[in-house]
Design a protein around this ligand. Structure first.
Ligand code: FEO
Ligand code: CA
Ligand code: CA
Ligand code: CA
Length: 646
């Protein structure tokens, strides 16, 4: 039942064919000598040696910086963590988090109760220390996205045997609960005697839902295409939805990313002036969640511009419970997966963002003005002014950032872009015109704080046709995903995240390395427990090691989880298993405390593959016949403390 694996595909700029790509890639042999990418490129050539790995665990002789004993591979009804570690449930769907919230009662949920409780399907997690400006690893705000509801396993007695009927079976009351279950939670948490817990009745704990008032800012604010009957000025909108990945800023705000929000709309796009843009986005007139049946603003024929007011990045100030969230249009409109911020050496900030759909693009925004570390208020408009660019990966190992600026190149009135606002509202159409590289579903996109190199995870794209492979997406029918490395000029703090050109490489081709047909490539010491596939979210610890959360391994009867991997040194691309999820759940949003000793992990959609609430694959984490499975945030620490991963 997952709505999380988009199955629509659109034709894009023609890619060079597989053979051409391969020969261009191989000609880089000298450039890439010794790199994982070279091995990757050669492994996919027909007639080349296949995987060099056996299916058995290989005793690692390589010096990994990750010294923990890895988790043995297991897939069952509960979660597991590596020996010497603890993984405890911290926040569950329905937990009372705002003062006076009702106790969770799965049979009696209302919008009022759900709107004060922890939402459903927790995804991105950000930890912001308390008090503001401190580096506390003992007290902070846990800022958590709630991506989408799953009525078929949320509501006792709910029966909809297939996707198509779900939106028809859901009641008006259930739609209201679903709206209140999405969005974002801000929860004050504290560690006492080595154990993390939510702080009761914190004035900072807060829910943001699909009904919360927010404003629209940046170049598209007030645009004709954002005006509706309820908001003739095009500057105010109710709510945020489909909140998937995210990020946080150095001035202490959260960026929550609206991904497939169009799925909450119904009506026929062809009957609206918005047809081209909606179809490009992948819109299908399914009204999958039934919202359009009860609320006209979700009906594209009745309110064609409402959908344009979603799929943005929303900035929230979690330190002020009364602050109004802001949709930052300068960051573009797409299936936003993450928005991770890095302060460049000149003080300007770069925001890296993926658009998670088959053959979509990678984006970067660079602010016009620098971050001001001594004036928080001055930074609040920083993401309204700057240049959004899209990535084009060349087969020779260069990466060009192509600016999406109205009036430049093909982004003109004659090509359907009246102004910069329209370029941003129709970001994907604009990026098509520039010839950006279509990627295998870009998810998270983060900077290694030590090396300054940047990594994006491409979760998978089984729909990539053999004649559409390219150097950056080298496997046809890519069911396993890969991790791409982008190398700005300069290193570490000197890396230039504003440069027009980077270098790039492939860090890992995911999959089971014992199966030659996957052409998976990791470090040769990778074990049968340690390989992973379908990477979705990444986080770097303070030492610059990458922690990958996966989404989709259960399609291969393997548990999704967290895998830790060095990106540098002798154990580059050697993953080790740290944590795994219960049945049908994905791991998302890993986040660290500043000391690297606590990791927060979202366990999303446990039991989602179950047909109904009467026949569940797990009742994690409560294992109580009266309580449905509950998406929850888990907190991982080491016995006796110390940095996660060693
Ligand atoms: Fe919502 Fe891209 O995963
Ligand atoms: Ca995701
Ligand atoms: Ca991340
Ligand atoms: Ca995903």
């Amino acid at each position: 039942m997952t709505r999380h694996d988009p199955d629509h595909i659109r034709s894009k700029t023609t890619s060079p064919n597989f053979r051409t790509v391969l020969s261009e890639r191989l000609s880089r042999r000298d450039l890439l000598k010794g790199s994982a990418a070279m091995a990757a490129a050669s492994a996919i050539a027909p007639g080349f040696a296949g995987s060099i790995f056996g299916g058995e665990a290989i005793a690692g002789g390589t010096q990994s910086s990750l010294t923990f004993t890895e988790l043995k591979r297991v897939y069952d009804k509960t979660h597991h963590v590596a020996p010497g570690y603890r993984a405890e449930v911290l926040l569950r769907w329905g937990d009372a988090i705002v003062a006076d919230a009702a106790e969770f009662d799965p049979g009696q949920q209302s919008a009022a109760s759900q709107g004060r409780q922890f939402g459903y399907n927790n995804d991105f997690v950000g930890y912001l220390p308390l008090p503001f400006g401190s580096a506390s690893s003992e007290r902070g705000l846990l800022c958590v996205n709630h991506e989408y509801p799953s009525p078929h396993i949320m509501f006792p007695g709910f029966i909809a045997k297939d996707d198509e009927n779900l939106g028809k079976a859901v009641t008006a009351q259930q739609v209201e609960v679903c709206k209140a279950a999405m969005g974002h939670s801000i929860v004050e948490i504290e560690k006492k005697d080595g154990k993390w817990a939510a702080v009761a009745n914190s004035p900072l704990s807060r829910r943001i839902t699909a009904e919360t008032e927010m404003v629209i800012a940046g170049p598209a604010a007030g645009h004709d295409l954002l005006k509706t009957a309820a908001d003739p000025a095009g500057t105010q909108v109710k709510g945020t939805m489909a909140n998937c990945g995210g990020g946080y800023t150095p001035w202490g705000t959260i960026l929550t990313c609206e991904e497939f929000a169009y799925e909450f709309f119904g009506g026929d796009a062809a009957k609206t002036a918005n047809k081209e843009s909606l179809e490009r986005m992948g819109y299908e007139p399914a009204d999958y969640y039934g919202f359009a049946r009860f609320d006209e603003r979700f009906h594209v024929e009745k309110e064609p511009n409402e959908v344009n007011r979603f799929q943005w990045v929303v900035e929230i100030d979690p330190y002020d419970a009364k602050s109004v969230p802001v949709k930052r249009t300068a960051l573009g409109r797409m299936g936003h997966e993450g928005a991770t911020v890095v302060v460049n050496k000149d003080g300007r900030v770069a925001v890296y963002m993926g658009d998670d759909d088959h053959q979509e693009y990678l984006y970067r925004f660079v602010s016009a003005k620098p971050f001001n570390p001594s004036d928080r208020t001055a930074n609040m408009g920083l993401l309204d002014e700057g240049v959004l660019s899209v990535a084009k990966f060349e087969a020779d190992g260069t990466l060009n950032w192509l600016p999406l600026v109205h009036g430049e190149g093909p982004l003109t009135q004659a090509n359907g872009f009246a102004d910069q606002g329209e370029v941003l509202i129709k970001t994907q159409l604009a990026a098509d015109k520039l010839g950006a590289t279509a990627m295998d579903r870009p998810e998270d996109f983060e900077t290694n704080p030590v090396s300054g190199r940047v990594y994006a995870v491409l979760t998978k794209s089984a729909k990539r046709k053999p004649d559409k492979v390219d150097a950056a997406n080298p496997r046809p029918e890519n069911k396993w995903g890969h991790v791409i490395e982008m190398i700005p000029p300069g290193e570490g703090k000197e890396a230039d995240h504003t440069a027009a050109q980077y270098k790039w490489d492939i860090l890992m081709l995911c999959g089971d390395p014992s199966k030659p047909e996957t052409h998976a490539k990791f470090h040769p010491d990778t074990t049968a427990d340690g390989f992973f596939m379908t990477p979705d979210n990444i986080a770097f610890d303070p030492k610059g090691r990458m922690f990958v959360a996966t989404d989709g391994m259960n399609d291969f009867d393997l548990a999704d989880g967290i895998f830790a991997v060095d990106t540098d040194g002798p154990a580059r691309a050697l993953p080790k298993a740290l944590f795994c999820c219960p049945t049908d759940a994905e791991a998302t949003g890993p986040a660290f405390t500043p000391d690297g000793a606590t990791m927060f992990v979202s366990v999303q959609h446990p039991a989602e593959g179950s047909e109904t609430i009467e026949a569940l694959s797990t009742r994690w984490p409560d294992f109580d016949d009266k309580i449905p499975p509950r998406p929850s945030v888990v907190v991982i620490t080491r016995d006796g403390g110390g940095p996660i991963g060693g």
